[in-house]
Design a protein around this ligand. Structure first.
Ligand code: AMP
Length: 437
């Protein structure tokens, strides 16, 4: 017998009613914030011409591990299905999207702009803003290697954050080609490069430098680590000087300058250029970015260019750039900034018939209000007025609509404002208008 379950009369009762570690229930307002953010992400996708795709939560482990770097591979939820297939819960969307682009969407005209959203799973150490099941909105632009494609991804992220009312957010931007260009030219192999980038991602610069044998590379990295700032032109100029003798890294700096120029000219973004910035995922090849708000030290989203991934999947060479936004963290940022936190989208009303006989008319009034966009909780417990009003207060309703026989005869109801406790007789046809005011 499974020792986690108590068997009783053929049924088994779980001994723990907690969600699995790192997973959460979202209740009421919190669930609503997620829905709002996801709605805005979908609107942004439409505005930027992205086509929505819905992909499975479970993919073959082989597919997911072909693409994900060591970091993510070690944190996947892997299991065998009943048919002995090795599968895993998706740790991100990009692998599934790459699968689509190399198969059913292979002959679609380029560029492809693909949007997806939902939960992803990583065996991270749970803490504030870090969960094992979390939500992302994901955008991939495939088929262009030009800086305007990179700029579009950053600009759409900016549009999404602005549409949510977030304030003071900053884009941290770097370019993985600079570090790889330097290390590659100095003979550091790709595996070591990945390990160095992982340490740099964690800001463990000493450990990163220790992995590099080449003295030249080490001193270049040390220089880059000290460079950063919000004057993008100045930082890019300084980077140009650093990499003057590294042709591949030089091209990367030029590319970064082109992207930053486009972003600066077309949007009102706060940018912090950080040449030593690295991101955990190994497949990046070009510009990378993350977004931060001053109140939190965890990234709300991030992305970058990955030009070789589709080839890894056996597809034609397809340059690509994309990003993912961490919905759970955006929700925390919004609540911290009180941007949409406590704000109610609609007015909430309790409709209470005074007698049993008035239920049909009261239900009709409730329906009219709902059609007018008012959220109505109809009294379904048959409670007396005092109890029903107590419940409406606990539910933080704005108004109670009390449907009584005398008022109804005159085509009116009693409208009670639950914060001021004032009540007035209102004509039924004016009710929605009075409530939404
Ligand atoms: P990535 O897919 O690693 O590029 O991450 C994109 C975004 O997802 C990050 O910037 C975070 O906002 C969010 N994210 C990543 N890991 C977690 C996690 N364990 N819990 C919550 N959000 C996460």
């Amino acid at each position: 017998m499974n020792n986690l379950l108590l068997y009783w009369g053929g049924y088994c009762m779980p001994t723990s009613l907690q969600p699995v570690r790192g997973m959460r229930d979202l209740i009421g307002e919190e669930a609503q914030i997620f829905t709002t953010i996801l709605g805005k992400a979908r609107q942004t996708a439409e505005c930027y011409g992205f086509c929505e795709v819905v992909v499975p939560h479970v993919e073959s482990f082989e597919l997911l591990s072909a693409k994900s770097g060591e970091e993510i591979r070690q944190r996947m939820f892997i299991f065998k299905d009943l048919g002995e297939r090795q599968v895993a819960l998706r740790p991100e969307f990009t692998a599934s999207i790459a699968r689509l682009v190399t198969t059913v969407l292979r002959n679609e005209p380029k560029p492809l702009r693909l949007f997806s959203s939902g939960t992803v799973y990583r065996y991270d150490e749970p803490q504030k803003g870090r969960y094992r099941e979390f939500w992302q909105s994901n955008f991939e632009l495939m088929g262009s290697s030009r800086p305007e494609a990179d700029a579009e991804i950053v600009l759409l992220t900016n549009a999404l954050m602005a549409s949510l009312g977030l304030e003071g957010y900053v884009f941290k931007i770097g370019h993985i080609g600079v570090i790889r260009g330097i290390l590659g030219q100095d003979g550091v192999d790709e595996k070591t490069q990945n390990a160095v980038l992982q340490k740099m991602d964690k800001k463990d610069y000493d450990a990163a430098l220790e992995l590099v044998d080449s003295e030249k590379s080490r001193s270049m990295l040390e220089g880059l680590i000290t460079l950063k700032g919000n004057n993008w032109r100045e930082i890019v100029n300084q980077m140009q000087i650093y990499v003057a003798n590294y042709p591949i890294a030089k091209l990367a700096v030029e590319n970064l300058g082109d992207i930053l120029g486009l972003i600066a000219e077309s949007g009102d973004l706060r940018v912090e250029v950080e040449p030593a910035f690295a991101r955990g995922l190994e497949y990046y090849t070009g510009m990378i970015f993350e977004i931060y708000v001053p109140q939190l030290d965890i990234a709300l989203g991030g992305g970058g260019r990955y030009d070789r991934l589709i080839e890894v999947f056996g597809g034609d060479a397809t340059p690509a750039v994309g990003c993912a936004h961490g919905i759970d963290r955006v929700a925390i940022a919004l609540q911290t900034q009180k941007a949409i936190g406590g704000k109610k989208v609609t007015k909430k009303v309790a409709v209470i018939p005074i007698t049993e006989a008035l239920k049909p008319q009261a239900l009709r009034i409730a329906q009219q209000l709902r059609l007018a966009g008012v959220a109505v909780e109809f009294e379904v417990m048959g409670r007396k007025m005092v109890k029903a009003l107590e419940y409406a207060d606990k539910r933080k309703s704005d108004y109670a609509v009390i449907v009584g026989e005398r008022e109804l005869k005159d085509g009116t109801v009693m409208l009670k404002d639950l914060s001021s406790r004032q009540q007035n007789i209102i004509a039924i046809e004016k009710l929605a208008e009075t409530i939404t005011g």
